[in-house]
Design a protein around this ligand. Structure first.
Ligand code: LLP
Length: 425
């Protein structure tokens, strides 16, 4: 079951041909399937019936998706005051929200405490005095969990591997008990649990198992020492198969599922009596979204043909930043007859969405969809080259809604000052 299929030759999101959406809104545009998110959240909820599933807002914090996930039952993993504000606007109770991040301002800490979050996850012991000071100023106790770096290699791209010893995130396992002893010195801080997040786009069970074993061991030791822990937060990181669009039958790679994860992890933590929390991002929303762009023209070079699109790294930076692979599908089905690089319009040689792709004959004005762009797409979009960010659309069944309009050239100028009074210009 997948949300994006060809229906009578047209690539559709659920029952809506993407052609209909670009016909009305133009391009580029992000389109998301609510059914796909529901299926994916449902898989987590079924596999982890007693766990708190805190959707990682950084993957995509568009209000419509966060609100949809909230109605499905998800909590929130937020890393900034802005994401906390989105979670509140989406109706997520503080008690279902964890506040992560390795650099929180006093204002963000205060917003988290006042918002009644379940846990503020401290990234360093050096953060504790500031957490305590803000809590004291507010006359509240702050619930705190320490993020542990378990020293586990998640076997993923080095930019998104966070559980290795050299990473800048978390407190090394060897220093964890000392960190909790320090935490106990602050009466205004309430130690609620232990946390790890070892990286993203992880496709093997082993690193998760190793991490959870180490974290569970630590929790057992801390509870023996009298820490009244309630929460075991194992982060996010489950990968997806970005290559599945090329797979003919049978699929060459089987992505890890929430069921696989639960089967391996739940028995290892069952005796702890702690509430399990997960922070999935990508695996909930990546396959639910595409970025649709329009072909401006084909450029026939000496040895490479390039399809030049009206969108690229400004809207979806993953290929440029991580050499990430995204399949590219034509909106109109056709027999592949062309091998081309698909490039964006920005003045950077890394603005390449895909190299050597097999595509049907394309003409100026045709459209392509960049697949699996629902996670870390829009949130990392920029105004580079002064391009407006695309619109966002959600689809359910045969209906669709614009949930964020495209930015405009005029909008980009809003609030800026060109001529400054008194500067003599
Ligand atoms: N929890 C924490 C503390 C995190 O730092 C992250 C992601 C997650 C949960 C969610 O991980 P997920 O389930 O999405 O793998 N921009 C990169 C990914 C960066 C991930 C950062 N942290 C990309 O486009 O691949």
């Amino acid at each position: 079951m997948t949300a994006f299929t060809y229906r009578q030759g047209d690539l559709a999101c659920e029952q809506v041909p993407l052609r209909e959406i670009v016909g009305q809104l133009g391009s580029p545009v992000y389109v998301y399937s609510l059914d796909e998110i529901e299926r994916r959240y449902g898989a987590y909820a079924a596999a982890f019936p007693d766990a708190l599933i805190c959707y990682a807002y950084k993957a995509n914090s568009s209000l419509a998706l966060c609100t949809w996930l909230r109605t499905l039952g998800a909590g929130a993993d937020v890393v900034s005051g802005g994401e906390l504000r989105v979670a509140q606007a989406a109706g997520v109770p503080g008690g279902l929200t964890v506040f992560n991040g390795n650099g929180k301002s006093d204002a963000e800490i205060a917003a988290a405490i006042e918002g009644g979050v379940l846990s503020i996850n401290a990234d360093a012991v050096e953060e504790l005095p500031r957490l305590a000071a803000v809590a004291e100023r507010l006359g509240r106790r702050a619930p705190v969990t320490i993020r542990i770096n378990p020293g586990v290699d998640p076997h993923t791209h080095r930019h998104i591997a966070t559980g290795v010893t050299s990473s800048q995130f978390g407190v090394a396992l060897a220093q964890a008990e000392a960190a909790y002893a320090h935490l106990a010195e602050f009466p205004g801080l309430d130690p609620v649990g232990v946390h790890s997040h070892i990286g993203s786009q992880i496709t093997e069970l082993g690193p998760f198992v190793e991490t959870v074993d180490r974290l569970a061991d630590l929790a057992r030791r801390l509870m023996r020492q009298g820490f009244p822990l309630r929460l075991l937060d194992i982060g996010g990181g489950l990968g997806i198969d970005y290559h599945r669009w090329e797979n003919t039958d049978p699929p060459t790679t089987q992505p890890l599922t929430p069921t696989d994860l639960a089967g391996a992890l739940l028995p290892r933590v069952a005796d702890l009596g702690l509430r399990l929390a997960l922070e999935p991002g990508r695996s909930l929303v990546a396959p639910a979204g595409v970025l649709v762009g329009q072909v401006l023209h084909l450029k026939h070079g000496a040895d490479t043909t390039r399809v030049v699109l009206d969108t690229g790294m400004n809207a979806l930076i993953r290929p440029s930043l991580y050499e990430a692979y995204h399949a590219v599908s034509p909106l109109k089905a056709g027999t592949p007859s062309l091998t081309a690089d698909v490039v964006g319009p920005n003045c950077e040689s890394s603005d390449v969405i895909g190299r050597g792709r097999r595509l049907p004959a394309l003409r100026s004005g045709d459209y392509l969809a960049v697949m699996d762009a629902g996670a870390y797409g829009y949130p990392l979009a920029s105004n580079y080259n002064s391009r407006p960010r695309p619109a966002e659309v959600v689809v359910r069944g045969d209906r669709w809604w614009t949930v964020r309009p495209a930015e405009t050239w005029e909008g980009l100028l809003q609030g800026q000052v060109g001529v400054m009074e008194g500067m003599g210009n």
